[in-house]
Write a protein that binds this ligand. Structure first.
Ligand SMILES: C[S@@+](CC[C@H](N)C(=O)[O-])C[C@H]1O[C@@H](n2cnc3c(N)ncnc32)[C@H](O)[C@@H]1O
Length: 317
């Protein structure tokens, strides 16, 4: 295989300022544990890399099939492939991948990304397609997430019936609808590519389908969120991007991302978010992060009972 000179090398990763197809051509077959792609969506957006983001539909799909095919080739048996896109493109691309890999999930990530459109439903989710090479994933350890609590009193928004004492102290099972991923619009990221994904999203994917030391590939670097999540959690990574300036700038000062990731990680695999525990402390609700140890009396939200959901037993384990 031909080698390429990376534009950035870190202790764990290397980034190529090049077309993803030429980088993919240099990778060994069956060498990648986790492949993730967040391509342009063909919405006619302006990218600093000046790509054509307004192709005819058939051309766009043809282009996507080219790099997806190459990603399938480099994926290890048992490796995971995630594709982030609009439902419109996920449908044909999911069918294409389904002929090559084993479908695991269509994860709906609840993020509002446009204004309501007349005569249509309000587009409110991105599709995160999850496939695996072969029958089963070699690595699968999804995070558990905290119980949803009231923003005012910290009380639980769901009624867990008589099963609270059986709930896992590490939180509830991750479902295939994610409603807790924030859009990236924090002031400190102002300079960053507007298309950048949330670090929380990438940390969740990386945690689910890789281990420290695993090798991750993302063909569309953008602002480098995948690479940052990989680097800060001890995964090796390879990336490509036509304009790497945002990524290089980001890796020059990783402290903010590192602190942000710590916050994200403190609030997962736990029954209550720290902010909810603080609210509960203020109003005198039980504070234990473990229902199995605490005597829970009247801990549910009483602010607005209409927003409570009943009998959500899927997360009892
Ligand atoms: C939606 S953005 C990715 C954002 C990224 N996931 C993040 O969190 O910052 C898509 C990126 O793909 C890059 N791109 C488009 N065509 C490419 C190609 N053929 N090879 C490499 N990168 C490409 C664009 O420059 C753009 O930055």
């Amino acid at each position: 295989m031909a080698t390429m000179i990376p534009i950035l090398e870190t202790p764990l990763g290397c980034l190529h300022q090049a077309d993803c197809l030429s980088v993919l051509a240099t990778l060994e077959s069956e060498s990648i544990d986790l492949a993730f792609a967040d391509p342009p969506f063909n919405l006619g957006k302006q990218y600093s890399s000046r790509i054509d983001d307004a192709k005819a539909s058939h051309e766009y799909l043809e282009w996507c099939r080219g790099w997806l095919d190459a990603m399938v080739r480099v994926l290890k048996p048992g490796g995971s492939l995630f594709l982030w896109n609009l439902p419109k493109w996920s449908l044909p691309l999911g069918a294409f991948l389904g002929e090559r890999l084993t479908f695991r999930h269509w994860i709906a990530v609840d993020i509002k990304y446009s204004l309501p459109i007349g005569g249509r439903l309000y587009p409110s989710h991105y599709a995160l397609l999850y496939f695996v090479k072969g029958k089963r994933p070699a690595i699968f350890h999804p995070d558990r997430i905290p119980v949803p609590c009231c923003r005012h009193c910290g009380g639980e928004l769901r009624d867990y019936g008589g099963y609270k004492d059986k709930m896992n102290p590490k939180g509830v099972n991750l479902a295939d609808v994610w409603t807790d991923i924030p859009p990236v619009r924090h002031a400190k990221y102002k300079k960053r590519d507007a298309n950048g994904l949330s670090l929380k999203l990438m940390d969740r994917i990386v945690a689910m389908a890789s281990d420290p030391g695993s090798l991750i590939f993302d063909p569309f670097g953008g602002s480098g969120t995948t690479y940052v999540a990989a680097e800060l959690t001890g995964r090796r990574w390879i990336g490509s991007e036509l304009d790497c300036s945002s990524i290089i700038e980001r890796f020059d000062a990783l402290e903010a991302d590192s602190a942000h990731l710590l916050e994200i990680q403190r609030d997962k695999n736990t029954l209550f978010r720290r902010s909810d525990l603080e609210r509960r402390r203020k109003v005198g609700k039980p504070l234990s992060g473990n229902y199995r140890l605490a005597e829970i009396v009247g801990a549910e939200c009483v602010c607005d009972s209409s927003s409570r959901e009943q009998g959500d037993l899927f997360d009892v384990s």
